[in-house]
Every structure is written in C-alpha cells, then in structure tokens.
Design a protein around this ligand. Structure first.
Ligand code: CP
Ligand code: NVA
Length: 301
C-alpha cells in the first residue's frame, strides 16, 4: 500500500481484498490485536462534525492498545492561520499516524505530502474512502462476496460517498448505477475513471431494477449551505428510497446508508428501519476496517 489512504483510486483489488480479510480477522479475534498499537498515537484532525468517524477511530485505537487525540480545527492553530504544511510537519514529530476530516480534498493531499507519517482521509467534500471500504466489509459479511454486484445510488450523486463507490467499482467489477436529477450528477473525472462500470440515469426505477444493493446519502451534506435546502429537496424528492423502489431491487437486496440519515428525506423510515437495512452494521464495521487500515499503513499487519 502507498504511505497514505486518501482515495480508493490508489488501492489495487488485492489490497482491498486483503484489507477486508484483515478487518474480518480483527473483528473475530480482537484480543489478538489488543497490543498491536501499544505506545502508538493517532492524531484526529476535524474541520467538520462527526459521530461515527471520531468514535470508531478513537475506540479502535484503544482496542489495539494505542491512543487517539481529537483535534478540532478551532482548538489547534490551523483555525488561526497556521499552514497545513507546518501542522503536518509538527504533528508528525509527535504522533505515529494522522486521520483528517476536511472540506477540500487538496488540503488532504497537502497534509499527506508534508507529513512524515501516514495520513488517512476521514472524509472530504469529494470522497469518503474509509466509509466505502467498511461498507465492502459489510457486503462481504452479508453476501459472501464483493465482486460482480450491482449497486444503485439514489439522490445527490455529486457527493463523497457516491464518488468513492464509483472509484472502487472498476477495481472489484461492480456496476454502480447513479439515479439523480439533472445538476446532481457525479464529478465528470470520477465518471471517466468508472467507465464501463457506471450507469447514469434520471430514472430511479431503471436504477433499482435487479440491484443487489440500494444506497443513498443525505441531501444536505455537511458542506452544503442551509439556503440550498428548499431547492435541493424539490429536485431530489423523486429519488427518495421508498418501499416501492426497494421492491424493484432483488428480493434479498441490502439497503445501505453511511449515516447520519434523515427519515422522510433521502429514504422513508420503513426502509431504513426495515429488514433489508444494514446501516447499524455498516457503522460498527467502520471501526474494524479502520483498524485494519491503520495496521496496514503502519506495517504492523
Ligand atoms: N458516516 C460517517 O462518516 O459518519 P460521521 O459523519 O458521524 O463520522
Ligand atoms: N455525504 C455526507 C456523508 C456524511 C458521512 C456528508 O458529506 O455530509
């Protein structure tokens, strides 16, 4: 693996499969890894709020005998004009690994270029690799394989989770169908990367037909200004995941969502709280997968 985990573009199929295997082993036998990070420290830099990412990384380090430090942007000097490169160079002298949640993907690249320790992307406006790797672990657990599946993504497809699905699709032979209203489609560069593995449509039924996985995400990502709410909801409403839409997918299709979700917005409560939903397993698996990622980046497994 490369020094940092910033984008799924950087991983090979073998590396992805091997991370899933390692995460599965850690989940089955956490005691075996209880001192794998002894004396090691993770710095967690946050420019945006978080429940899952913060708690899963911090608890994950504790479970492996290590320590994590929460650094909100405004509690460190980054919020007062210290440069990203100085932040990276100084933090690297204290800690063994850095995770950062930022607005701009380019800030992660700058952080990683200047840090002498591995840097993990804990979400940017552009992508969310840890989420999608963890979701692959959940899919493997539920379906026994991650290869050759059809995933239908509904709603705002110009978002970090959709982009990471599109970037991983060609690696694992997945078909990603994006159903969105005009103006809410994925980044063109990402669509080019996913060529042959990506279907773009304005028709939600077409995307849902025979899908193995139905995926959606909030219509109001953390970086979207509140003033856009009404306009976005008007446009995205026809792409809400409902029981009717779910009934077009395979009978054993999984409903997935990175969380936090908003019942009555991107999906109905019946769907997210229904029998096909695996959203709480996805949230748990963040921790097991991220422990695997940290061990790999630090050469400890
Ligand atoms: N899915 C996810 O990243 O959740 P948080 O924003 O709570 O970390
Ligand atoms: N697309 C969402 C994902 C949250 C985990 C956001 O950026 O807010």
């Amino acid at each position: 693996m490369k020094k940092d985990l910033l984008t799924l573009k950087d991983l090979t199929k073998e590396e992805i499969l091997s991370l899933i295997d390692l995460a599965t082993q850690i989940k089955k036998n956490p005691e075996k890894y209880s001192s794998a990070m002894e004396q090691k420290t993770l710095a967690m830099i946050f420019e945006k709020p978080s429940l899952r990412t913060r708690v899963s990384f911090e608890t994950g380090m504790t479970k492996m005998g290590g320590h994590a430090i929460f650094l909100s942007k405004n509690d460190i000097q980054l919020g007062r004009g210290e440069t990203i490169s100085d932040t990276a160079r100084v933090t690297s002298r204290y800690v063994d690994i850095i995770m950062a949640r930022v607005f701009e993907y380019s800030d992660l690249e700058e952080l990683a270029e200047n840090a002498t320790v591995p840097v993990i992307n804990g979400l940017s406006n552009f992508n969310h690799p840890c989420q999608i790797l963890s979701d692959l672990l959940t899919i493997k657990e539920k379906r026994g394989t991650i290869e050759g599946l059809k995933l239908a993504f509904f709603g705002d497809c110009n978002t970090n989770t959709a982009h990471s699905w599109l970037l991983v699709a060609p690696k694992i032979g997945m078909e990603v169908r994006c159903a969105f209203p005009k103006g809410y489609g994925p980044d063109n560069g990402v669509v080019r990367e996913a060529e042959g593995h990506c279907i773009l449509t304005q028709n939600p039924s077409e995307a849902a037909e025979g899908a193995d996985i139905v995926y959606t995400d909030t219509w109001m990502s953390l970086h979207i200004p509140e003033e856009e709410r009404f306009k976005r909801f008007e446009a995205l409403r026809p792409y809400q995941v409902t029981p009717d839409l779910m009934s077009l997918a395979k009978p054993n299709a999984l409903f997935m969502h990175c969380l936090p979700c908003h019942r009555g917005e991107e999906m109905t409560a019946e769907v997210v709280d229904g029998p096909q939903s695996v959203v709480i397993d996805e949230a748990e698996n963040r921790m097991w997968m991220q422990n695997a990622i940290m061990l790999r980046l630090m050469g400890r497994a």
